[in-house]
Design a protein around this ligand. Structure first.
Ligand code: ATP
Length: 494
């Protein structure tokens, strides 16, 4: 897939026009790397998060796992606080290590991520990469910690310094024992959460792909070390399938195993689910989710203290006084294997997805421009968002044929009342029916229901109490009794 800036521009413009995504604080000129979801965007995002939650937790059935699954397992959710004890970030390594390298250009005063220089746009075009233009004057790379700082309490001193979390995962690790003790879960099991994370990205870019405030959907799966390779493969494949089941074009999605030199110092294996966004160069993809085998790194860190690699071992990092540089909690995170009486620290498999990047991938994937012939026999472009019905912001549009006919309006309202307890319904009585269909095509509403004079029985009893049902993708229109509508739509959206 080649890079397509005009396609990306068209998608960004539709997002604003239809109320999917707005620039944050736009009336004041916006703030870089921050975005707001409009009425359609918020529904889409909620639906995506809900489908993820259902798939990972509520509808997970430990007794009906697919063949080849190593053993049964339980899944639970939590919601942890955004500001956590600063020691969490010291022992996890984020305090010392969660940094990107940045370079500044002394000439144009722009700032770039050192590892993105080759793909960044130099403001001093025509040369594309910073450093290539003769006037470019780049500084040496410098570390830049991505965590946002804040203060807890009245005094703004080092003692009270805290951080906005850069990932939700630590909430699961620090609550590992609490969940085990309170919920009778047994290894293997998973703890999941969704929530905001914050990273002071050096170069936020590509619309909502890289932002400074974003939402994550993460799960930590705790298992016996001997079983961890099987679980890693299980979650890696299952997470990839989640995207294609919801309609992401498999030709644009890859599961990419990290090379050894890309792995974090503690990771045994990591694979990314990546999507060919229109802003990606030919053959390049953008990460939606990382599935990592994290070994016992996280639980051991919170038990013993910040770990560093020494040869092929992870050891507690010592300060100048020979004591642990950042001591752990000292809490016992080991599990007793009842059969062998062995004690072990569970290994962790982590599928970590970004909700906003997933939303953007579904938006790009749904966007279609088609040439159609209108009522007057002329060709025109139809923009249609082909969302999977499960995630579409509205499931059905309900339209009285004419708004100045009270009987049509009353019947249409009746249909809305019938459907609304079960799904998101959009009622629209304004303008020509064709225009109303087009608006819902752009919103990605999979079905349209029109109430006309046949519905009222004005042309005879045969079609009385039937409606026209229009399919967004095929534009086919069929007649359906109102009594069958709810069951039909429920079947399609579940
Ligand atoms: P990248 O390499 O793109 O910076 P990452 O590998 O640091 O991402 P993780 O720490 O693995 O990302 O976070 C898990 C997921 O959170 C990512 O796959 C992505 O979907 C999402 N995410 C991370 N950083 C951002 C961001 N700045 N804006 C939006 N989503 C993000």
């Amino acid at each position: 897939m080649a890079k397509d800036n005009s396609l990306m521009d068209a998608i960004v413009s539709l997002c604003k026009r239809r109320g999917f995504v707005f620039q944050s604080s736009e009336i004041y000129g916006g703030l870089r790397g921050l975005w707001d979801y409009g009425p359609l965007g918020v529904e889409l995002k909620r639906n995506i998060k809900e489908v993820w939650w259902r798939d990972m937790i509520t509808t997970h059935d430990e007794l009906a796992q697919p063949e080849g699954t190593p053993s049964t397992f339980q899944m639970v959710g939590i919601e942890s606080s955004i500001i956590m004890h600063p020691r969490v970030w010291k022992t996890s390594g984020h305090y010392d290590l969660f940094a990107d390298q940045m370079v500044d250009c002394r000439t144009c005063k722009s700032r770039f991520r050192a590892d993105h220089v080759a793909t960044s746009e130099c403001p001093q075009k025509p040369s594309k990469c910073p450093g290539e233009h003769e006037a470019c004057d780049l500084t040496e790379p410098r570390d830049f910690n991505l965590m946002f700082e804040t203060y807890v309490g009245a005094l703004r001193d080092e003692e009270n310094k805290a951080f906005l979390r850069p990932e939700t995962a630590q909430g699961m690790f620090v609550n590992f024992k609490n969940v085990m003790d309170s919920n009778r879960v047994k290894i293997p099991f998973g703890i999941a959460q969704q929530g905001k994370s914050f990273r002071n990205e050096i170069t936020p870019r590509n619309f909502t792909f890289r932002t400074r405030e974003f939402e994550q959907m993460e799960m930590e799966f705790f298992c016996h070390p001997d079983e961890s390779p099987k679980w890693y493969t299980y979650w890696r494949d299952r997470r990839f399938k989640w995207y294609t089941d919801l309609g992401i074009d498999p030709a644009k999605l890859i599961l990419r195993d990290h090379d050894a030199d890309e792995l974090s110092h503690y990771s045994v294996g990591t694979a990314d689910v990546e999507y060919a966004f229109p802003f990606c160069d030919e053959g390049e993809f953008g990460e939606l989710e990382g599935i990592a085998h994290r070994g016992d790194f996280d639980l051991r860190s919170h038990m013993e203290g910040k770990l560093v690699r020494e040869g092929d071992k992870l050891v507690v990092e010592k300060g100048e006084d020979g004591k642990p540089k950042y001591p752990g909690s000292g809490k016992d995170m080991t599990i007793l294997n009842e059969e062998t009486k062995e004690r072990y620290v569970p290994h962790v498999i982590e599928p970590a997805a970004g909700a906003d990047r997933t939303v953007l991938a579904f938006i790009c994937n749904a966007y279609n421009e088609e040439t159609v012939t209108n009522d007057k026999g002329k060709e025109e472009t139809r923009i249609v968002m082909k969302f999977h019905p499960r995630i579409a912001p509205y499931k059905v549009g309900v339209f009285p044929l004419l708004k100045n006919k009270p009987d049509l309006v009353a019947k249409a309202r009746e249909v809305c009342t019938l459907l609304r307890p079960h799904m998101a319904v959009f009622y629209d009585e304004g303008g020509a029916i064709g225009r109303r269909y087009r608006r819902q095509d752009e919103a990605g509403t999979p079905f349209g229901v029109t109430i006309d004079f046949d519905t009222l029985g004005e042309q005879g009893d045969e079609l009385k109490n039937t409606v026209t049902l229009r399919d967004r993708d095929t534009m086919e229109q069929t007649r359906m009794p109102i009594g069958e509508l709810l069951a039909f739509l429920l079947e399609k959206i579940r």
